[in-house]
Design a protein around this ligand. Structure first.
Ligand SMILES: [Zn+2]
Length: 444
């Protein structure tokens, strides 16, 4: 098995020839040095951190664990005023990403990048993609690529550096057309959002893709359903890699190696911690917790101890690929991801994904919780291309009833499942935004 390409890349960035435990030590030292630099950099340049870190100095950090003494940065802090985070003048910013937040009352969250910041991400893509594709290969990018500094735009640039052709496509709007493009260009790797790639696998024209042509797929999202990974693997016989990254991390952060069992992190540029979401204290190695990160090399808008709300854990056992880089378990959900159904039952998008996506022909679904007189109602719409709807709906009802949270709530008389609807329209509109359970219940 090939070692993650991130290890030789990080070794080169650190300018060392060390391997094994010695390399791990050098990475830790590098991170400590960069953490100290970052604390001083943000305290002297950003109005937000000037206030937050008043009296704190980089040299106060004697070891990596001392970072736990610093306060956190929350998403709300950025929403309140992103400009207070800037460490450079506004004309040095070359890309601003505006993130839509779920609530309409809050301000949008805006993340700023300098050209140098974007280059760090391009460099990650260049080296991370070596696990998926060889020189001469062709990669179809099913992500926005129309503007400077978008993921697709940076990816095309990164692939060119490794003599691979990146074909910018954008979000899938017509699966049949996208499949025709895959066949025409003889694409051997795809990058996309899980439900969008699923729409290709389950399209009637998918049979036109020659067996073995697609060798790898990179799925990028905050949460990748395991059911979708299995479906893509078995349909195309390809390797499916998970990527983890949020805009705040600089778009990209961590990617699977060919062991396909947890992501390795760009540790020269990011420091990850795992904390207990309730107490804020670090959890023991290997225990699940909330992912918290600090940027080590960003210039425009560095972030220190940013709480992601994502749940994961470090996998303490060595990775089969043989690297000394840390391994992060696939993010399977978010802290605020679930909805309470009463009596302690909590339903998450992940529960629904793993139950429903194995259903043949399903492309996506919408779940809404409503309340009617005394009981909560769960309303599910299934999106599918061919409607064998009745069969699919009855299968879905069985799957829903088998989810423990739903089962418990039904047994306790708190919940009923409304007749399930199937629709062949409009599935695509739910394809690119963050998937969640729509909660229209009245005050409980
Ligand atoms: Zn590995």
């Amino acid at each position: 098995m090939e070692i993650t390409p991130l290890e030789p890349w990080i070794r080169e960035k650190l300018g060392t020839s060390a391997t094994g435990a010695e390399l791990r030590e050098e990475i830790d030292l590098h991170q400590l040095g960069k953490l100290r630099e970052t604390v001083d950099y943000v305290r002297t340049r950003s109005p937000f951190y000037r206030q937050l870190f008043a009296g704190v100095h980089g040299c106060d950090l004697k070891g990596l664990t001392d970072i736990a003494s610093l306060p956190f940065t929350a998403a709300e802090d950025i929403q309140e005023n992103d400009l207070r985070f800037l460490c450079v003048s506004r004309d040095e910013i070359s890309r601003i990403v505006t993130l839509n937040t779920s609530g309409t009352t809050t301000h949008a969250k805006r993340i700023h990048f300098t050209e140098e910041d974007l280059e760090l991400t391009t460099d990650l893509f260049h080296h991370g993609m070596k696990a998926l594709v060889r020189p001469g290969g062709k990669v179809l990018i099913l992500m926005p690529a129309d503007r400077h500094g978008t993921v697709g735009n940076l990816m095309v640039k990164a692939l060119r550096r490794m003599d691979v052709q990146g074909i910018p496509h954008g979000i899938v709007l017509d699966s049949g057309k996208t499949i025709a493009g895959i066949v025409e260009h003889e694409v051997d790797c795809l990058i996309g959002i899980p439900v969008q790639v699923l729409s290709l696998v389950r399209h009637r024209d998918a049979v036109s893709i020659p067996k073995g042509m697609i060798r790898s797929v990179l799925l990028s999202a905050d949460y990748v359903p395991a059911a979708i990974v299995r479906e893509i693997e078995s349909a195309w016989g390809c390797m499916v890699f998970n990527h983890y990254g949020m805009t705040e991390m600089g778009l990209g952060a961590a990617v699977d190696c060919s062991a396909l069992h947890g992501y390795h992190i760009r540790e020269a540029d990011l420091f990850f911690e795992m904390i207990d979401p309730d107490t804020g204290r670090p959890v023991p190695d290997g225990e699940p917790g909330e992912v918290v990160f600090t940027t080590l090399t960003r210039k425009g808008m560095p972030l220190v101890r940013y709480r992601t709300g994502d749940l994961s854990r470090f996998i303490p056992e060595p990775c089969p690929c043989g690297t000394v880089l840390k391994r992060l378990e696939w993010v399977r959900g978010r802290l605020q991801g679930g909805v309470g159904l009463g009596g302690g039952a909590n339903l998450t998008v992940a529960d629904l994904d793993e139950a429903l996506f194995p259903l043949p022909g399903l492309l996506n679904f919408r779940v809404e919780l409503a309340s009617e007189s005394d009981v909560q109602i769960i309303r599910v719409t299934l999106y599918c291309a061919d409607i064998h709807a009745e069969n699919l709906c009855s299968q879905a009802a069985k799957k829903l009833e088998a989810i423990p949270a739903i089962r418990t709530a039904i047994d306790n008389g708190f919940l009923a499942i409304a007749p399930i609807r199937a629709s062949s329209e409009n599935w695509i509109s739910t394809g690119s935004i963050k998937r969640k359970i729509i909660d229209s219940r009245e005050e409980r």
